[in-house]
Design a protein around this ligand. Structure first.
Ligand code: 9YT
Length: 138
């Protein structure tokens, strides 16, 4: 079993900071679960262009506020505690922070390796080599 405390991730190489968000990566590809699991804080008043062409992501809001806008159709969705969104169509979008820092839990499939940040098209690279096998449940 894996048990980790967010306090043990903060300040390490698994805490990635950009101009618009901080991501604390609690489970990564090396853990062999088939997904990664992060706590991310989106900074108030910011806007991030995201297009996960190589990944699926689900996001659950636990604190704060913000907005997501899907670029293909211009639809906007309010983000607040209790809301989940899933990018099941690799949806290109704008992610906006609101008035307060927005703390979200994110799951990525396939899992991130740890150091990914968005490129200029909002994409994370796909890393597939040397992936540990997903453990079978006995
Ligand atoms: C919600 C979202 O996609 N934020 C950007 C960062 C990402 N969650 C990550 O790398 O943890």
């Amino acid at each position: 079993m894996i048990v980790r405390n967010i306090k043990d991730v903060i300040g390490t190489k698994d805490e990635i900071k950009t101009a618009t968000w901080t991501s604390r990566r609690m489970l990564l590809r090396k853990d062999g679960m088939g997904f990664s699991f992060h706590e991310t804080v989106i900074y108030p008043g910011t806007e991030t262009h995201i297009h996960y062409q190589n990944h699926f992501e689900a996001v659950y809001v636990v604190e704060g506020d913000g907005e997501i806008e899907t670029i293909a159709d211009g639809k906007k969705y309010k983000l607040e505690p209790g809301v989940m969104y899933a990018l099941n169509e690799h949806d290109e979008h704008w992610l906006r922070g609101g008035k307060e820092p927005m703390r979200v839990i994110c799951v990525f499939n396939p899992p991130l390796t740890g150091s990914e940040v968005h490129d200029d098209k909002g994409v994370y690279p796909l890393v597939t080599e040397d992936e540990p096998e997903i453990k079978e449940i006995a």
